[in-house]
Design a protein around this ligand. Structure first.
Ligand code: 26Q
Length: 824
């Protein structure tokens, strides 16, 4: 009988309008007469939210009744971007909303733009987690995401006088997409001591006592699948002071201020996302964040399992937990602690359950980015966990010793505890030992981790423990949502939107690669997307760019290994070349707009210098009458997910030019090609597999190969090399103050000239600029260029995150979809 009380979700424009008006007048307590765009956004979101809730609840019930295995994706970052547009498209009622909002006097684009990005991530790793959630829901897998509800997401970037300035991103003023679950709260313990004693049976019991308690409260975010009622849950934890005895006592003793200070200290844990994507080591608050989130999530997962009344041995048949990088590695230790200290299991039985439960995904080979925590810090914050880590390590090293008697070197190399001053806990090693599968995120990367940083572990555990799952992206957001006209054009040829759920269907586009009318439509859409970006550039930077010029785009976090410095050196080279040309020669040149975007970690001085150089070069080049449209240099402020949705569809060529062997995968490379852009790139990360899929004739590859990097670096160290002659001229221009005070940029130049050129900028420079010339040449033949882009899109099916999630499900998680009945 209760079913009668379920809300009837709207299906028509009129019902949608009624819902919007109802929310404006009741939920928001405003009159329709002063309903502005903010209010319309709020009301439209609430209307779609209502529509999601029913299916969300049903999905959770279905999972409970089916009682099958679930996967839990643990990630400190979920770079979700905006939710309304995504919800409208996934539910399939965007057109209804568009018409309804139109009736009420609004343009849907303006309403969508009111939403603040949910920017709970740094870059690739966080956005990958968001794409995975979309695929998990769209494929109806029983899956949960667990993360932290940061009060401040990644900082907003402003450019002031050419320098990056960081501004806090307070985003929670109004967020209709989260549901506080005040009834779901977990007490999390820190600091304190451990005490051991023997119980009546003579068994050693360990208790963790004292310290401080912080309360974790759940906030749930619905994750709608595309073209399915399945709606999953992303659970984010927020920290609050525990209303326990401590503060109560203080309060009664008249110590009001310190009681409030305690509260603020507790809330600090989930206050801010760490803005580094390559480690800043050893901040206690970061380790606190990790344990807080891991402990709350495991409590939740274990509680859900215990409700089924199954034996502990069945835990790995019901629960798969994926570690997104080493950030959640404490979960391995926490589960072992729960099983032995709280549930009374024997060590071996518990450890067997733990290792069957976890999988670990590695996202980097850069040694400086591998997470380590000092033992003294650990000892103080999590004394029981440190003692368990020592026990895990001892058991592990004993097994290694048995198989490799007398190899002291090996034991030292693979020890979870690094014997340094102070000692350090190596989190990646702990994650490997505590998991049944370890994966890299592209073929080259997965090979590299096996032959370099984790080589010893391959010998110890055997090669089968290590595997590859090449990254992917969701075509719903990165084609259908970001590029609606291209999606519609494709749908018109393929007979509908089925390709969004089976991206290999794009293959059938290939037969239109020479179809004149199709190519015209295709090119017209690209041009319109470029016009749109040109407008954005005009309003945000004041610079006018020609939408018919070649748009060359590099947007990603600023990093020396990603080599934005090589890009801007190449731009300077182009500028010098243009300046040296006569008028006739210039007429033959293809006009180009070089577009950069991305954030530098606030403490990464070299990255900030790159940002400054790009802006300084832009200030000179863009105001040089002599150059005009032939070259413009743009730095787009505050690159984020919603800006990517404008930028990605507007590229002709995008740059993925990391030093070979350094970029684990890259995922924007996939987004750009899927939107009809070509790539200039190195043989690195997923570029290699993209080349294999789309054909070497459709990508501009250049530069040294990863197998040669070590030798080149070695040669640099011994001074055996010539600086590239063109690059030397670029450096002369910089040193001659052409782009302002040369001292500002001396570190960038010096890194190449005097400090070993670790990222091989000089080694790759010639190959880079000659390949850029080939890009110009190819772009001149528009007809051929358009065909290349169509063929490339047609061959991108492999890179959907749906394929990627199916691979994880089959080879790591051992889970099956739980398809809603309405889908048959
Ligand atoms: C760790 C400890 C303390 C503070 C910060 C961090 C931290 C935070 C974020 C370390 C690394 C990250 C993010 C890494 C990242 O985004 N890696 C990218 O992951 C993508 C998805 O697999 C790949 O495509 C990229 O190649 C990889 O760089």
């Amino acid at each position: 009988a209760w079913k009668r009380f379920q809300a009837k979700p709207f299906e028509t424009k009129d019902d949608f309008e009624k819902e919007v008006v109802r929310h404006v007048e009741t939920t928001l307590a405003r009159s329709m007469f002063n309903c502005d765009e903010t209010a319309a956004y709020a009301a439209a979101s609430l209307a779609f939210r209502d529509r999601l809730i029913t299916e969300w609840n049903k999905t959770q019930q279905r999972q409970t009744f089916a009682d099958t295995k679930r996967v839990y994706y643990l990630s400190l970052e979920f770079l979700m971007g905006r939710a309304l547009d995504n919800a409208m498209l996934n539910v399939g009622l965007k057109d209804v909303a568009k018409d309804g909002l139109g009736d009420l006097g609004f343009r849907i684009e303006d309403i969508i733009e009111q939403e603040h990005d949910a920017a709970l991530g740094n870059g690739g790793l966080g956005r990958l987690a968001a794409c995975f959630l979309d695929s998990l829901a769209s494929l109806s897998y029983p899956a949960w995401g667990y993360g932290l509800r940061y009060r401040y997401g990644i900082f907003k970037q402003e450019i002031v006088d050419g320098y990056q300035v960081e501004v806090p991103d307070y985003w929670l003023d109004f967020n209709p997409w989260e549901f506080p679950r005040h009834d779901i709260a977990v007490d999390i313990q820190f600091y304190g001591n451990i005490r051991k004693y023997q119980d009546d049976t003579g068994k050693t019991v360990v208790v963790w006592e004292g310290g401080e308690i912080v309360k974790a409260t759940a906030y749930d975010v619905p994750i709608p699948g595309f073209d399915t009622p399945a709606t999953n849950n992303l659970r984010l934890w927020s920290s609050k002071a525990a209303s326990g005895e401590f503060d109560f006592q203080k309060f009664n003793n008249g110590d009001y201020e310190s009681s409030v200070a305690d509260q603020q200290r507790a809330e600090t844990i989930s206050a801010v996302l760490y803005p580094n994507d390559s480690l800043d080591r050893g901040k206690e608050l970061r380790l606190k964040q990790q344990y807080f989130w891991v402990a709350a999530s495991l409590y939740d997962i274990v509680r859900r399992f215990k409700k089924t009344k199954r034996a502990w041995g069945e835990f790995p048949d019901q629960v798969a937990i994926q570690l997104n990088d080493t950030h959640p590695t404490l979960a391995v230790v926490e589960l072992q602690r729960i099983l032995i200290d709280l549930e009374g299991l024997e060590w071996d039985e518990a450890w067997n359950i733990v290792t069957k439960t976890f999988g670990y995904t590695n996202h980097t080979v850069l040694p400086e980015a591998l997470e380590k925590w000092s033992v003294p810090l650990f000892q103080n914050l999590l004394p029981r966990h440190l003692s368990i880590i020592y026990d895990i390590n001892q058991t592990f090293l004993q097994s290694v010793e048995r198989k490799n008697p007398g190899d002291r070197d090996l034991l030292q190399r693979v020890s979870i505890i690094e014997e340094s001053q102070p000692k350090m806990v190596r989190m990646a090693y702990l994650a490997i030992v505590g998991s049944h599968k370890v994966n890299g995120v592209a073929e080259l990367h997965s090979d590299l981790i096996k032959t370099t940083i984790f080589k010893d572990f391959v010998n110890i555990f055997g090669p089968d423990k290590f595997t590859n799952v090449t990254n992917g992206i969701t075509p719903r957001r990165w084609l259908h949502q970001a590029n609606p006209r291209l999606s519609a054009l494709i749908a018109s040829k393929l007979g509908g939107l089925a390709f969004l759920k089976d991206l290999t269907l794009l293959n059938d586009l290939e037969k239109f690669a020479d179809d004149k009318d199709f190519k015209k439509d295709w090119a017209e859409i690209k041009h319109a997307n470029k016009v749109r970006l040109a407008k954005h550039i005009k309003t945000t930077t004041g610079v006018t760019v020609n939408p018919s010029a070649l748009f060359d785009i590099q947007v990603k976090r600023i990093h020396e290994y990603k080599r934005q410095q090589m890009n801007i050196f190449g731009v300077i080279h182009r500028y010098l070349t243009i300046k040296a040309m006569g008028a006739e020669e210039r007429k033959k040149l293809a006009p180009r707009v070089s577009i950069f975007g991305g954030k530098a970690a606030p403490g990464y001085w070299m990255a900030k210098t790159i940002v400054h150089l790009v802006n300084s070069v832009g200030a000179v080049v863009n105001n040089d009458k002599d150059v005009g449209d032939l070259l413009k240099v743009i730095f787009l402020e505050d690159y984020n997910v919603s800006k990517a949705e404008i930028i990605v569809p507007a590229s002709d060529i995008s740059e993925h030019i990391s030093t070979a062997g350094t970029e684990a995968s890259g995922t924007s490379n996939m987004k750009f090609v899927l939107n009809g852009g070509l790539i200039i790139g190195t043989c690195d990360g997923a570029n290699i597999e993209i080349t294999r899929e789309i054909g070497a004739e459709n990508i501009f590859l250049f530069g040294n190969l990863s197998e040669d990097v070590e030798d080149l670096r070695h040669a640099h160290t011994y001074g055996n090399r010539d600086m590239d002659a063109d690059l030397a001229k670029v450096f002369e221009a910089i040193k001659g103050n052409m782009f302002g005070d040369a001292n500002s940029f001396s570190a960038l130049v010096g890194a190449v000239e005097n400090h070993g050129d670790y990222y091989l900028v000089s080694d790759d420079f010639h190959s880079y600029i000659t390949t850029q010339d080939m890009v110009d040449e190819a772009y001149r033949d528009q007809d051929e260029w358009v065909s290349k882009t169509i063929i490339s899109v047609a061959r991108m099916g492999f890179f959907t995150s749906d394929r990627c999630i199916n691979e994880y499900a089959e080879s790591i998680w051992n889970i099956e979809p739980l398809v809603p009945e309405t889908e048959g």
